[in-house]
Write a protein that binds this ligand. Structure first.
Ligand code: G6Q
Length: 551
């Protein structure tokens, strides 16, 4: 395995240095000229695989840029890293874990090994158990404590145990069983739980406690509040077993909570939280859309996995996408990437991608523990089109920052209504066109705009974007799209030689919060030893809890 030691440091690679020399030649090239000089550009700079059409012609690259980026992928040992992941090697070096979310979507019969054991049979055993349970809830066979049918399913989880389920539920809502209500509680702010349950009947409500560790403060706090809420209505401890199931790797803690471990859905330490929506963490998704659709989603993921594993880099969608992101991040100095799905059902997709991309590649040291001397993961953000057009697109078009954009669209609408879909797509195509080609000051003045106003109405253009088209938003298509981003993140992390699978950066704040909890008790006279700002904030909060406060 390449631990960042067997190959030279990234910035010493021949391809990196060639890219540095090449960058000044491309920096000032305008997409207007690149397209004018080469009428076949759009034909050449597109790739299509497993039903995804990827147009990358509106990027500030030449054939030489692409050649050098692909050379960088080769020189940095990306191929060996991909193979190591699929072989179940412990490529999450800081946690000494294999990274095998690809095994979650491997078909029955394929084998994938972790520590000499084939994990695919275990994966399918859990999928079967999930399917059995989902069918019982969907059919009404699974009853609550008082014999009423379950109508409401609430997933309690946070981070990787929440964002995937929320995103997938929203994305695949079209396929969901409409007589079931789904809610997702993640925040430790009591409002999240209170609002999610205020109009629900406890007798008809099932909680899924989703937590890999079953120890996360937010999730366990919400889970205990949920248990109190159930017991307050149903009055009998036996109700817990009918109204709670768990998704976890920690059977002992699940049993301690009072959940029957027969109703625990297992997953494994080789599944990272943000890569776990295909594991039992997807139980709410399976209940919503049914096991057949869920399996179709896994098949979509698997098709992209196989493409990533086998396709030559120059036709490999996640590799191309990862390299283009790296080009702007490391050479143009771009700080962010906007993800702009022209699909209302993908409204939570940017939020999901934020964790996938930023928790994975927001790292400052290499696998070998040395400080990087190049930029790593960019900031991802976005909103579904066309809403964003009426808010932040202004800055992308005419601001001073370079923001590469991903436009995502599905050719066939799920809800065909009048001309809505044509109007949606005309907007998406127009935005990418406007960003790339802009409008010159001559064009603006030729329209009769007075000279003083012309600068304001001029669009410089040369703003890069990818356009990603799929046929129709099906569970299978969603799987392909998510896996495209997962492997693009992998590609970048491998080239940057960082651990894309740990998340130590979330630890410090958690530890400090635990220390502060007792200091918020009003009565106690605390010896506060934080900095003066934190001390003052804690004291102010404590005073607000005193009975005399606000009188
Ligand atoms: C994801 C992270 C993190 C994790 C949450 C929830 O990759 O590990 O977001 O998913 O902290 O953890 P639990 O599932 O253990 O509650």
């Amino acid at each position: 395995m390449n631990m960042g030691t067997s190959t030279p440091p990234l910035t010493k690679l021949a391809a990196w240095q060639a890219l540095e020399a090449h960058y000044p030649k491309v920096r000032d090239l305008h997409l207007r000229k690149l397209f004018a000089d080469d009428t076949k550009r759009a034909e050449r700079m597109t790739a299509e695989a497993v039903g995804i059409y990827f147009d990358y012609s509106k990027h500030r690259i030449t054939d030489e840029t692409l050649r050098l980026l692909l050379q960088l992928a080769e020189e940095s040992g990306l191929r060996a890293r991909i193979d190591a992941m699929f072989r179940g090697e412990k490529i999450n070096v800081t946690e000494k874990r294999a990274v095998l979310h690809v095994a979650l979507r491997a078909p029955n019969g394929q084998s994938m090994m972790v520590d000499g054991e084939d994990v695919v049979p275990q994966v399918h055993a859990v999928l079967d158990k999930m399917a059995g349970f989902s069918n019982r809830v969907r059919s009404g066979e699974w009853k609550g404590h008082t014999g009423k049918r379950i109508c409401n399913v609430i997933n309690i989880g946070i981070g990787g145990s929440d964002l995937g389920p929320v995103m997938a539920y929203e994305a695949l809502r079209y396929y969901s069983q409409r007589d079931l209500t789904f809610r997702f509680v993640s925040n430790i702010d009591g409002t999240d739980f209170a609002e999610a349950t205020r109009d629900l009947d406890a007798e008809e409500t099932l909680f899924i406690i989703s937590s890999k560790t079953f120890a996360t403060l937010e999730t366990m706090t919400n889970a205990h509040t949920a248990r109190d809420w159930i017991l307050k209505s149903l009055k009998h401890p036996a109700a817990v077993a009918r109204h709670f199931v768990a998704v976890s790797t920690n059977a002992a803690a699940v049993a301690m909570f009072g959940i029957d471990t027969a109703n625990m859905f297992e997953f494994w330490d080789w599944v990272g939280g943000r890569y776990s929506m295909d594991a039992a963490i997807g139980l709410s998704t399976m209940i919503a859309i049914g096991s057949e659709h869920f399996l179709a989603m896994l098949d979509g993921f698997h098709q992209m996995d196989e493409h990533f594993r086998t396709a030559p880099f120059e036709r490999n969608l996640p590799v191309l996408m990862g390299l283009l992101g790296l080009w702007y991040n490391n050479f143009f100095g771009a700080q962010t990437i906007a993800v702009l799905p022209y699909e209302q059902y993908l409204k939570r997709f940017p939020a999901y991608l934020q964790q996938l991309t930023m928790e994975s590649n927001g790292k400052h040291v290499t696998l070998a523990g040395t400080e990087v001397d190049y930029q790593t993961g960019p900031i991802y953000w976005g909103e579904p089109g066309t809403n964003g057009q009426h808010s932040f697109y202004q800055l992308i078009h005419q601001g001073t920052k370079l923001i590469p954009c991903d436009f995502i669209g599905f050719l066939q609408p799920l809800n065909p209504l009048g001309r809505h879909h044509d109007l949606l797509f005309s907007n998406m195509f127009a935005q990418a066109e406007a960003l790339a080609f802009g409008k010159t000051s001559q064009e603006v003045q030729a329209e009769g705009t007075p000279a003083w106003l012309a600068p304001h109405r001029t669009f410089e253009g040369n703003r890069p974007s990818s356009t990603i088209l799929l046929e129709r938003l099906t569970p299978e298509a969603l799987g392909k799209l998510i896996a495209l981003y997962e492997h693009s993140v992998f590609t970048q992390g491998a080239i940057w030689s960082i651990d894309s699978f740990d998340q130590w950066g979330v630890e410090l704040g958690k530890a400090l919060a635990v220390r502060i909890i007792p200091e918020l008790e009003p009565a106690a006279e605390h010896q506060l030893t934080h900095d003066s700002s934190t001390n003052a904030l804690i004291r102010r909060y404590g005073r607000a809890k005193e009975p005399s406060h606000g009188r």
